[in-house]
Design a protein around this ligand. Structure first.
Ligand code: ARG
Length: 575
């Protein structure tokens, strides 16, 4: 049953009867449930052609539509300046609840992606450097985009593009050789803190003694050439960092990565990329360095080789895309999630990808996230002022203990994730614990609590799907009869009128790579459920409609759990 198409066709035919050939009929959900379930603006658009007021034209269209029986449409209204609003029938909602109860954890999924390959690259922290709040955002957002695309039938490859190569390793090696050792670091309680401490120290010392920078350059060169000592130190930093990153990933409960190709992995392919660039003639030399210029100076030039011959972050990204194109195919969709400060950079990369024939721009996507600031401005990562991510997670969990000691892990982490996912990724966030861990606010705990509440109602009821199905016909009689059932105050419960939209919401989130559509929908849905709950006694043996109310509650518990699952948020059994 595709209601939108049915409505489009029916409205188009009605317009034709009135002498209008409409190329396009837009059918949307009105912003407010009070205006029905679907709405069209055709009267506003086409009334001019007939020299009618939109509202007059809308009424004529409605008259034609009214005499037809449109499946699942109960009522048509003209509203505002000339909108035509449609109200779905109770039959429709019954069918939908049935569908949700049948599909359960699959409800909302589809084969939209047709198994197309999509690489979702996210998190991508740097070895021996802090795992920043920015990396946290990337991890949370990327994980949920990957979940959503998987749910929509894409073949998802989760990739972590580790920052494990670059001149900073020369600095790290020098710092370890001067002020520490492999053994000392291996024995330290927090290896990651020890490494980051050395990195900070290097920068402080190098300001006083610039020869340290020369030394670092030499050591990086040695590392590139495969020097044994350099390699040993390097390997240790990778091992220590990965242990730390994995601890964070485990605490966050994100799905495991399929590939952890870091920048180093692509090193051997840099030569062939430089050759491709040479052949295509898109690079120019400037003061010894190689830069790529863009048509009409659309973007500033991008350096791909320094004057000493060293390659850069950008060169490695081009190698990455060449590899992906060859390994997974040019039709693969490739998504990078990073901070918005890299938005221009990725535009440049996508442009060059196309120039070199690696990927068409249309197959390259960048999701950029804004920065996080704490209310008191404390959260900026300035030199030496590192925010340790595990401390943020600890604090979230500690605050969630106020709600319930036993579920604090799930609720604290869920709260942090939801705070990130509830708004458009590109927006900046003011980090405010009172908002994040707040049972009554637009928060993760609020959603988790709503789901737990629904589940606990279900436990009280002995209702089974079979009963709902066998009760359906008589329920319909009751609902269509004169007796107004206690369904809430509106035409029919807003809860039913939101539930069926979940698959649409998921599709949109997938198509726009934007999880906040799901997050915002869940807030609206949970609020509809909580109102419904406040106005109805759901489990009541003496109420013949109780079976319907329980079914509706069950459907809600399924949809909210599916939605939270896509956001990577787990739901405890109790709260
Ligand atoms: N490691 C980088 C950083 O911390 C992010 C890498 C993003 N991915 C990429 N393909 N460049 O900023």
């Amino acid at each position: 049953m595709n209601i939108i198409e049915t409505l489009q066709n029916t409205v188009q035919k009605a317009l034709k009867e009135l002498g209008i050939e409409a190329k396009e009929v837009i059918i949307e959900h009105p912003a407010d449930l009070a205006n029905g379930d679907y709405s069209t603006n055709v009267a506003l658009i086409y009334s001019k052609e007939l020299k009618l007021k939109p509202i007059e034209f809308a009424k004529r269209i409605k008259d034609i539509l009214d005499v037809q029986k449109i499946e699942y449409i109960d009522k048509i209204e003209v509203a505002g300046a000339g909108f035509i609003n449609f109200y779905l029938s109770k039959d429709f909602f019954e069918e939908n609840i049935k569908e949700i109860l049948k599909q359960k954890e699959k409800f909302g999924s589809s084969d939209l992606g047709k198994k197309r390959k999509v690489i979702v690259e996210y998190s991508s922290p740097n070895i021996a450097k802090p795992f920043t709040i920015g990396h946290l955002r990337s991890t949370i957002i990327g994980d949920s985009v990957a979940n959503t695309l998987e749910f929509l039938g894409y073949k998802v490859i989760r990739d972590n593009h580790l920052g494990d190569w670059g001149t900073q390793f020369g600095k790290q090696i020098v710092a370890i050789k001067h002020w520490s050792s492999i053994d000392v670091i291996k024995k330290s309680e927090n290896q990651m803190k020890a490494l980051v401490g050395l990195y900070v120290k290097f920068h402080r010392e190098a300001e006083k003694d610039p020869t340290l920078d020369d030394e670092a350059r030499e050591w990086f060169l040695k590392l590139e050439k495969g020097d044994k000592e350099a390699r040993e130190i390097y390997d240790m930093t990778v091992e220590a960092s990965m242990k730390y990153f994995n601890m964070i990933y485990e605490r966050l409960g994100i799905k495991p990565f399929d590939t952890l190709y870091g920048e180093a992995f692509y090193e051997p392919m840099l030569k062939s990329v430089l050759e491709d660039i040479e052949k295509s003639g898109i690079a120019k030399e400037s003061e010894g360095a190689k830069l790529i210029f863009f048509e009409n100076e659309k973007y500033p030039p991008l350096m791909i080789q320094k004057k000493d011959g060293a390659t850069l972050y950008a060169t490695r990204d081009l190698a990455t895309d060449k590899y992906r194109s060859q390994k997974y195919g040019k039709d693969t969709l490739v998504i990078n999630e990073t901070g918005t400060e890299q938005s221009l950079y990725f535009k440049q990369i996508f442009e060059i990808d196309e120039m070199l024939g690696y990927f068409d721009k249309k197959n390259r996507v960048h999701i950029g996230h804004g920065f996080i600031r704490s209310k008191d401005g404390k959260m900026s990562t300035r030199k030496g002022n590192v925010i340790w991510l595990e401390e943020v997670l600890d604090e979230g969990i500690m605050r969630a203990k106020v709600i319930n000691e036993d579920t604090a892990d799930m609720v604290g982490i869920g709260a942090i994730k939801f705070n990130d996912l509830k708004r458009e990724a590109s927006q900046n966030i003011i980090f405010d614990w009172d908002e994040i861990v707040n049972l009554k606010g637009d928060s993760g705990p609020y959603l988790q609590y709503s789901c737990v509440r629904a589940k606990s109602i279900l436990q009280k009821s002995s209702f089974h799907m079979k009963e709902f199905l066998s009760a359906l016909p008589s329920l319909r009689g009751l609902r269509h009869g004169t007796k107004i059932l206690s369904y809430g105050t509106m035409y029919t419960a807003p809860l039913e009128r939101l539930l069926y939209r979940f698959p649409e919401v998921v599709s949109r989130a997938g198509k726009e790579y934007a999880s906040h559509f799901i997050a915002q929908y869940l807030l609206e849905l949970a609020s509809a459920f909580n109102n419904y709950y406040a106005q109805n006694k759901i489990v009541d043996e003496n109420d013949p409609t109780s079976v319907h109310k329980v079914a509706l509650t069950h459907a809600f518990s399924i949809v909210i759990a599916n939605g939270l699952n896509l956001l990577g948020i787990k739901v405890p059994d109790r709260m």
